[in-house]
Design a binder for this molecule. Sequence first.
Ligand code: AMP
Length: 431
Amino acid sequence: MYNKKSVEDIAVAGKRVLCRCDFNVPVKDGKITDDKRIVGAMKTIKYLVDNGAKVILCSHMGRPHNVLNAELKLSKKEKKKIDELPENEREAATAAALEKAKGDITKLSLKIVADDLKAKGINVTLANDVIGPDAKAKAAALKDGEVLLLENVRFHAEEEKNDPAFAKELASMADIYVNDAFGTAHRAHASTAGVADYLDTAVCGYLIQKEIEVMGKALEDPVRPFVAILGGAKVSDKIGVINNLLEKCDTIIIGGGMAYTFFKAMGLPIGTSICEHDKLDLAKDLMARAQEKGVNFLLPVDNKIGREYKEDTVCMEIYSDSIPDGWMGLDIGEKTEELFAKSLNGAGTVIWNGPMGVSEWENFASGTRSVAKAIAESGAISIIGGGDSAAAVETLGYADKMSHVSTGGGASLEFLEGLELPGIACLNEKE
Ligand code: AMP
């Protein structure tokens, strides 16, 4: 289990602290549509400010791949594409590509985040670049308790390449590195991991600390019975998690599209349901291992099936051994809702990742909703993996009834797989 130092374990007063946050917020028509990630970062930011650090915030937003070094330069790939055009078209294509890059700089600038932080009471200045002269001058001029936000770190292609020279430049502005961006902790990028090679003091913020504590405890020393409930479209996305949890859980519940790969492997008819035909042996192997280990492995007993993959398709409920030709499973059925709720009742720890059906369509959201309700009412320590399940508990109003809603979809999956996350591994161990 990770045993990492946090901001509270070090002295930050008077120090320049580079704090990697996850400000990758959704923006529509020039407005932030969900500020959860910024709200989530506030505790660490406030702690650093209140304790007299000179705070340098850093984050990515979106994927501004055609903007290099926060300037209007075209990537090699784009240049090559333009070079392949007939000569008389190149000038116009270059102008169009540059215009698009300009749009991306405006659209993906962290100015919108700076404005939101200001509205939340943080007196922050935005740098016009990331490691350029403006950022460096503003970082050097910071006084204790002041806050600077660097521009979108992905304006540099070097960020995602974990380029050592870029990481070193970032680190040169600070004395201490704080990582609080759990959502990108599974990526070895310059600002999420590489930078720690150049700063002796590297610790986590409150967000990452809570993720490690709650999920680490569940994996190492869970309150039992320990139940995992996994859904979503594909078995292949969850193999690692199922493998790891087979060693640790008392019950594994499978719902969502991936259940049909297991049914197919059992020789049941699945109609036109989603199925990974190349994963049938794997599904058989997982079920055999569950049996060998005495893990209760539950699949849906009935399903809500439709004629087409369409929100308003004609639908009905049917037992899992009787899905007719030409029909597809799109949600778990009512009897399965009851069965899963019963299995969750009395659990000590529950981990949930992935919807029980095509929950973005109201007609097929019932299974996901009932699982969210059953977890909320179970009294168990409840951990909701990021992504679709986190969105589901929020929309359904159960988020504050859960012990922990993870702030990272991909990162929480990798954590539950037992993989080492580079953005956490690079931090100082507690003595
Ligand atoms: P994942 O990203 O693997 O957690 O999968 C989430 C996606 O799985 C959602 O977009 C759901 O629409 C989809 N999904 C869940 N159940 C089914 C199903 N029975 N058939 C097709 N897609 C499904």
